[in-house]
Design a protein around this ligand. Structure first.
Ligand SMILES: Cc1ncc(COP(=O)(O)O)c(C=O)c1O
Length: 352
């Protein structure tokens, strides 16, 4: 079918050696495992303040396409930019979509393993994505092969890598422009360096999904130079008109609390990495942020998922992230249940 030919990695039958997210999730839902370590939906409760603030919101008007002034102001303070450089969007994925659409005539380079959402967005807008390889032996350190528009994600999904300052400098020096997907910036176990601090040619994608554990809010922001910010507003008008005004009102007063919440969250996930190091018999590069581990396997990711499901645990196959001999395990259960789930995976498929 012509549609499938245009989406080479996205549609495969059950026996195929590869698998996309949609198929993996369908298989997981059929199996109904006792322990879900697949999608990046945290078990950590949203802060009570978020729901208290929601109860205080009295009306639900259309909002301005660039976002409510109070939320843009608060985010401008958090990122150290002007309010004109902040546009509120309907979640991190919407922000990445707006920026990829703005650069649709360029060839965009992203690192591999990659977040599968980038492929979905690229295919929707007919964008040609190129891949920059990363070196697992050096903490998934990326190579930036040539000048171009880069789309990077640190702390990284699925590897947990965070770039050090020298590497961020290398990136901004080689890039014409950097789209920096920072939806996990609040979950870091080392100091996180944003390219935004090093170059004017950077746009950041931010999201409330992870920091407040509210992925269903579909609320995020793009921080971008003014001309590009105007294109993001245009994309908002064409798609959602504005992100939810109700949710914007609720989260605006909580933005100054983000550094405190981030410290708490980072500590929760740092401890879970320690649990994983003790409980899981597979080798993985220790993550420096986000809430995933990406162990190397002695079998394919698809095979690992099927065997894991037989033991009542779901993971995502590395194939969905462009790496067939890995699996992504999301650390989204409390420590005791996480230890039990990871122990159940031992012997499923040995380390490579
Ligand atoms: C790397 C990356 N970017 C973007 C997103 C999308 O975030 P949101 O829920 O805010 O759309 C995710 C979600 O898991 C992600 O892992």
């Amino acid at each position: 079918m012509a549609l499938c030919a245009a989406l080479p990695n996205l549609k495969m039958g059950r026996a195929a050696a590869t698998m996309d997210m949609v198929e993996a999730l369908a298989e997981i839902n059929r199996a109904r495992p006792a322990y879900r370590l697949d999608i990046g939906e945290s078990d950590v409760e949203p802060p009570e303040e978020v729901f208290e603030a929601l109860r205080r919101v009295g009306d639900a008007p259309y909002g301005p396409s660039e976002g409510l002034p109070e939320l843009r102001e608060a985010l401008a303070g958090l990122f150290g930019v002007d309010r004109d450089e902040v546009v509120v969007v309907a979640g991190g994925r919407h922000g990445v979509s707006a920026l990829m659409w703005a650069f649709r005539k360029a060839r965009i380079i992203t690192t591999r393993p990659y977040y599968p959402g980038y492929l979905e967005i690229a295919s929707a807008f007919d964008i040609r994505l190129d891949f920059a390889d990363t070196d697992e032996g050096r903490g998934w350190s990326p190579q930036f092969p040539r000048r171009g528009v880069y789309l990077v994600n640190y702390p990284n999904n699925p590897t947990g890598a965070v770039l050090d300052r020298a590497k961020v400098r290398e990136l901004v020096d080689v890039a014409e422009f950097v789209i920096s997907d920072e939806v996990y910036r609040d979950i870091a176990f080392v100091e996180f360096e944003s390219p935004l601090k090093l170059s004017p040619n950077v746009a950041v994608v931010y999201s409330f999904s992870k920091v407040f554990s509210v992925p269903g809010f579909r609320l995020g922001a793009v921080i971008a130079p003014r001309d590009l910010a105007r294109l993001v507003v245009k994309f908002n008008r064409a798609t959602v008109n504005s992100a939810s005004s109700v949710l914007q009102k609720a989260v605006a007063p909580l933005v100054p609390e983000i550094p405190r919440m981030a410290a708490r969250l980072s500590e929760i996930y740092r401890r879970r990495v320690e649990v994983a190091k003790r409980a899981l018999g597979l080798k993985f590069v220790e993550p420096k942020g986000a809430f995933y581990i990406f162990p190397r396997l002695g079998c394919s990711g698809v095979e690992f998922l099927r065997r894991a499901l037989q033991r009542g645990v779901s993971v995502l196959p590395g194939e969905a992230f462009g790496s067939s001999d890995h699996a992504r395990i999301a650390l989204v259960l409390p420590e005791d249940r996480l230890a039990a789930a990871l122990s159940a995976l031992n012997g499923t498929c040995p380390s490579a």
